[in-house]
Design a protein around this ligand. Structure first.
Ligand SMILES: N[C@@H](CCC(=O)N[C@@H](CS)C(=O)NCC(=O)O)C(=O)O
Length: 320
């Protein structure tokens, strides 16, 4: 019994990263399906209002963002590892490349290919989230030839890597870079009419895609949102990881802060009290009547943390 609960919806491409990681590690997990559009009244008591999907819950510990989720899966379930021998570190860089430039291009294509076909509420929500406050899907549509000129060579780099005869990106064993790239391919193939034709330009990539798909998603059972809330309320959060004494923002336990994705996406800020501020992960305590106190974990990379008391921070590195 792993105690893993995943809050997600089937069409979510970023969640596909986590589902494939469950497959690689052969894990059992409980699936709570959330509405595709907010509000998510059964999830927000646990996440403090963080709205993105996926969210992983283990008891009263809530892991926001696929980066944070994958790191925690590797920590709790280290075998088989997502970093085959000699493969440490750099795969996070591949993930970052995919999650920023490449995902951005893929989202422009999926949203911009046929704006009139998107349900208006969905277009309004995701347009603001991914394309900014002044988004115009018809302009994105007109830009598609340029956008494809940016995406094709980058897919080509992966194809060239795989054409060297390896089964997976690092070699014979699947790992983190495969997860990082696969969800983009899954998204393009499943959500854009032109996806299959584009991908057919890259035979080594397509052969690899079939190998990753065959890994599967581990063993899933369904769970209700109410049972997940009960599981949070009945559990105590895990002992926190140590804080980083060299934290550049001088974040320390007990400080009140807000956290938000570091982009112009209109995401709501999450407020809480720092439990630990590590190099890679920030953990906040958050209380809600439906769940009691939970610990919410965020990655540091890609997120902006603001102390509620602006005078409480500074940078030791900058000598202030
Ligand atoms: N950096 C986040 C990005 C998550 C993200 O943007 N997920 C999409 C779904 S694939 C999302 O939350 N879309 C808006 C929504 O579902 O409310 C992560 O890696 O988890």
């Amino acid at each position: 019994m792993t105690g893993i609960i995943l809050h997600h919806y089937p069409q979510s491409p970023v969640t596909e990263k986590v589902r494939v990681a469950f497959g690689m590690k052969n894990l059992s997990w409980a699936s709570v399906e959330v509405p595709r559009l907010p509000p998510r009244p059964d999830l927000f008591p646990m996440t403090g209002g963080y709205r993105r999907i996926p969210v992983m819950q283990i008891g009263a510990d809530i892991y926001c963002d696929s980066q944070c989720i994958l790191r925690e899966l590797e920590r709790r379930f280290p075998k088989p590892g997502l970093f085959p021998p000699g493969g440490a570190g750099m795969p996070w860089g591949v993930m970052r490349w995919m999650d920023t430039d490449v995902f951005d291009l893929a989202v422009h294509i999926v949203l911009g290919a046929d704006p009139a076909a998107l349900p208006p509420n969905f277009a309004k929500d995701r347009g603001r989230l991914y394309l900014g406050p002044d988004f115009d899907l018809n302009k994105v549509n007109a830009e598609l030839p340029h956008i494809l000129s940016q995406l094709r060579p980058q897919l080509g780099w992966i194809d060239q890597r795989l054409a060297t005869g390896r089964d997976f990106i690092l070699g014979e064993q699947a790992g983190m870079p495969d997860i990082a790239v696969y969800y983009i391919v899954w998204f393009l193939r499943g959500r854009w009419q032109g996806g299959p034709a584009l991908l057919s330009e890259f035979p080594a990539l397509e052969a690899w895609e079939a190998r990753v798909r065959a890994i599967g998603h581990g063993t899933m059972t369904e769970m209700s949102a109410g049972d997940a809330l009960d599981a949070a309320r009945e559990a105590e959060p895990d002992a926190p990881q140590p804080s980083d004494p060299k934290d550049p923002q001088r974040l320390t336990a007990g400080m009140g802060v807000t956290v938000v994705p570091d982009s112009d996406s209109g995401d709501p800020e999450v407020e809480g009290t720092i439990v630990s501020a590590g190099l890679e992960t920030l953990t906040l305590a958050h209380a809600d009547p439906r769940v009691g106190t939970v610990h919410i974990h965020f990655p540091r990379v890609g997120y902006r943390v603001r102390p509620l008391d602006e005078d409480a921070t500074g940078s030791g590195y900058l000598g202030s």
